[in-house]
Design a protein around this ligand. Structure first.
Ligand code: ADP
Ligand code: MG
Length: 431
């Protein structure tokens, strides 16, 4: 089977590696990811956020199945272009991916279909309305409606304190986008729950917890994600009822979209938060998370090619996942995220990594003159997998030690010290 993947991060490296086990893989990338290039029979470099450019790049070639992975590619309609060129497609159409690229569409979908889990929220397009809503809600999250690479949302207490600061930020978004989403601030532990969907049914993956903050102890600015862990069917702070509630919300969304004549085929990512009042939904993504893809794909015991085919054909197969634990740590350039060092050489001791049992996924790096260089974004995802979280964490940590150069990572992710704090916090929130 000839499969085409669009995208070039560590997430796509993990997807590509799994697909390439049992298909003939080709890829379209915006920058050459050396690892994905090596896994690909053919690859093309073009702007993957430009659907027509992707269409042109592969013109005249035939594939059985396609998968567009990054959020911006989905929002640009790359899945639609792949479908038009005659292949089966396992990623959502632009219309279905709207659940991610338009947060106002998402909230109104839940409202219209009476799906639980939304906080108080309102979309406003004038500063005086923003002020009224912010005053009414108290602690808030001020959210751009569209894609911002995870860097657009600001939350009371974390990013601002005074009402004028919140209104000013809302106003700046109104000026830029025409409107802004204001939500009541939710307090609790967040988790990622992803599923495959064929437009009707879902098959869930193990839940994962990501770490958005740059520095140890969950401090500092937000990032694309510094690392993540999973521990089988439930995260340490989750109860079975939380998992069931989140699964119900995912299934309800898929039903709702089908009813609306806008079926969702692909990977649906629910970003949930467990609060004192139960499980709430922060947002949906129309794709795998990055880093979460590395956690779950390493646990997938069946063929990803088969799962994608079953999605595209509307006959979802139910893949099995191992209950092992995983820890992913992202190695990022010095100065990341504020002033990241670009074009700096890094080296990987491949034999050392191999011996440690860790796996290294290439993210935003490029090759030049036989060297691997940083771009300023996250450079490598390092995965440890084992029967216990502690052991998986140690493997990931060991793996990181074989990457040399001006890069760093959060060594607290996946440790029992940090997870213990989250457990305590969850315990006190539940009361
Ligand atoms: N209503 C909310 N209450 C508390 N925190 C929120 C809320 N909405 C978003 N956040 C925080 O902001 C982060 C980013 O928001 P999200 O809706 O996921 O947007 P994006 O990932 O597109 O930037 C979330 O992971 C969460 O930590
Ligand atoms: Mg998010």
């Amino acid at each position: 089977m000839k499969v085409l993947i669009v995208g070039n991060g560590a997430r796509e490296h993990a997807i590509a590696e799994k697909l390439a086990q049992d298909c003939e893989l080709s890829s379209v990338m915006s920058k050459k990811n050396p690892a994905i290039a090596q896994l690909s029979k053919d690859y093309w470099i073009c702007d993957t956020e430009d659907a027509e450019a992707v269409g042109k790049a592969i013109a005249g070639r035939e594939f059985d199945l396609g998968f567009a992975s990054p959020d911006a590619s989905l929002a640009a309609g790359v899945s639609d272009v792949l479908a038009r060129s005659g292949m089966l497609v396992a990623s959502p159409t632009k219309a279905a991916a709207r659940i991610e690229w338009d947060k106002s569409f998402m909230r109104s979908l839940l409202e219209r279909h009476k799906i639980s889990g939304s906080p108080l929220h309102e979309v406003v397009n004038a500063a005086e309305d923003a002020r009224r809503v912010i005053r009414d809600f108290g602690a808030v999250a001020v959210k751009p409606l569209g894609l911002t690479g995870g860097k657009g949302v600001k939350v009371s207490g974390d990013h601002f304190h005074e009402i004028d600061e919140k209104v000013a930020y809302a106003q700046s978004l109104i000026e830029k986008d025409g409107s802004v989403l204001i939500e009541e601030k939710l307090v609790g532990e967040e988790f990622t729950f992803q599923c495959f969907s064929d437009g009707s049914r879902i098959a869930v993956m193990p839940p994962v917890q990501d770490h958005k903050r740059a520095y140890e102890g969950d401090l500092g600015p937000n990032t694309g994600g510094m690392g993540s862990y999973s521990s089988g069917k439930r995260l340490p702070f989750m109860e079975e009822a939380d998992r069931e509630e989140a699964q119900k919300i995912l299934q309800s969304v898929v039903h709702a979209m089908k009813k609306d004549g806008n079926p969702f085929r692909g990977v649906l990512y629910g970003q949930f938060i467990i609060t004192a009042n139960g499980v709430k939904i922060i947002e949906f993504n129309a794709r795998f998370g990055d880093p979460e893809a590395m956690n779950v794909i390493s646990l997938l015991q069946d063929s990803l090619t088969d799962v994608f085919l079953s999605i595209a054909e509307g006959q979802l197969s139910r893949p099995a996942f191992s209950d092992d634990c995983t820890v992913v740590k992202y190695m990022v350039p010095e100065g990341y995220p504020g002033k990241p060092l670009k074009d700096a050489a890094v080296s990987i001791d491949a034999a050392g990594v191999e011996g440690s049992g860790a796996k290294v996924y290439y993210a935003s790096v490029y090759e030049q003159g036989g060297k691997i260089l940083t771009t300023g974004s996250r450079a490598f995802g390092v995965l440890g997998r084992a029967a216990s979280l502690d052991a998986a964490e140690r493997i990931a940590e060991k793996g990181c030690s074989f990457i040399k150069g001006p890069v760093w990572h959060r060594s607290d992710i996946g440790t029992s010290a940090l997870i213990g704090k989250k457990l305590e916090r969850m315990h006190s929130i539940r009361g």
